[in-house]
Design a protein around this ligand. Structure first.
Ligand SMILES: *Cc1c(COP(=O)(O)O)cnc(C)c1O
Length: 361
């Protein structure tokens, strides 16, 4: 058996120790005589685990007590729609900062439920830079302002939490949550699909300021209402028990490895190594993103001649480097460097890239 270095954008690599522990515990979890997937979410063991998972996340991210933590389903995409259902009344408006594919999709999916006001967009230049904060047309009466902290496809990332005044800041952090320290108190709501930096798909982590749960909303079924999920400890119906468990193993792994400050430093080193190789290749490889907003998680790059793409993909896979094909919207290559991808993997990638450039000069 051999595990290869995995640069998948999502579902993405998980930490090896997490997978090994899940494997060890699969048949008999926690002395229960059954796997974690085969028992009630209302049982003592599962409830105790769920509480520990939340406590570990609160410790890792420094989540203040006036925020609720939810373990949701539906993918981040479902919450593109559910967030306006919960935070806006009929006729209200919300500001969207559009910096790439995902924040654009978030705005489009919200449109049936809130008057979407695009306060800034860099679509016209193909999302190669970010509209500077002082050009945003924010509305002080907006229900909330929405950003995607990291654009997984376009490779653009906020380097600081933007100031949006007293309007709650809502952030899709699907592809950079837990990648470094973050000041949760700057946000009204943080949400993230699990399959990039947390665990398997089918789980969405949500961190929401409790006062926002009390906003009056339109009539809707309980299952759509975050306040109901919070009041029922995310067990309004059967949760994704396997995803919850694996997320917990990832949080423990993060704690054992020094927490988010250490992760942030590692991620900075990994990204620097790859960008340095791209920028130092004399134009053989190219990343066209404004260096001031380049992503540390997802790094798209092109070869100087796209006729070499097929050879690059075939040879990289043969060299043990998985999933480097770029998103179909951009073409070229993309390397995703989430927490579970070690510096060693990035070193193997840049060694391969230099060697490929020499051989196909
Ligand atoms: C992957 C991703 C999504 C979509 O997640 P799903 O779980 O497939 O709905 C949304 N936003 C960002 C930033 C992503 O990276």
């Amino acid at each position: 058996m051999s595990r290869l270095w995995n640069f998948s954008a999502g579902p993405a690599a998980l930490p090896l120790p997490v997978l090994e522990r899940a494997q060890r515990e699969l048949l008999d979890w926690n002395g229960s005589g059954a796997s974690v997937m085969e028992q009630s979410h209302r049982g003592k063991r599962f409830i105790a685990m769920a509480q520990q998972v939340e406590a570990d996340l609160r410790e890792l991210m420094g989540i203040p007590s006036h925020y609720a933590v939810l373990f949701e389903q539906g993918g981040a995409t479902q919450h593109f729609a559910q967030i306006p259902m919960n935070l806006a009344r009929e006729g209200d408006s919300a500001d969207y900062i559009v910096t790439g594919h995902w924040s654009e999709k978030a705005a489009n999916e919200a449109a049936p439920y809130v008057r979407v006001h695009v306060a800034a967009t860099s679509k016209a230049d193909g999302y190669l830079h970010m509209a500077p904060r002082d050009t945003w047309q924010l509305d002080p009466a907006a229900s909330y302002a929405h950003i995607a902290t990291n654009e997984t496809i376009h490779g653009v990332q906020f380097q600081h939490v933007p100031d949006v005044g007293s309007v709650p800041l809502v952030a899709d952090m699907s592809s950079d949550i837990l990648s470094g320290p973050v000041d949760v108190s700057r946000f009204g709501l943080i949400y993230a699909g699990a399959q990039k930096n947390i665990g398997p798909s089918g789980l969405v982590l949500m961190i929401i300021r409790r006062d926002l749960l009390e906003r009056p909303t339109r009539p809707m079924a309980k299952i759509f209402r975050y306040a109901e999920h919070a009041a029922n400890d995310s067990m309004l119906n059967t949760p994704n028990t396997w995803g919850w468990y694996l997320a917990g193993l990832t949080f423990q792994w993060l704690k054992e490895n020094g927490g988010l400050a250490v992760m942030g430093e590692r991620n900075r080193q990994k990204a620097e190594l790859l960008y340095g190789t791209i920028d130092g290749s004399g134009g053989y490889y190219r990343n066209p993103i404004d260096p001031a907003v380049r992503s540390r998680m997802n790094i798209p790059f092109t070869l100087h001649d796209s006729a070499l793409d097929a050879a690059f993909l075939q040879e990289s896979e043969a060299a043990g480097l998985l999933a480097l094909k770029g998103h179909k919207a951009l073409g070229g290559m993309r390397a995703s460097l989430y927490n579970a991808v070690p510096l060693e993997a990035v070193q193997a990638l840049v060694d391969f890239m230099r060697d490929f450039a020499r051989r196909h000069g």
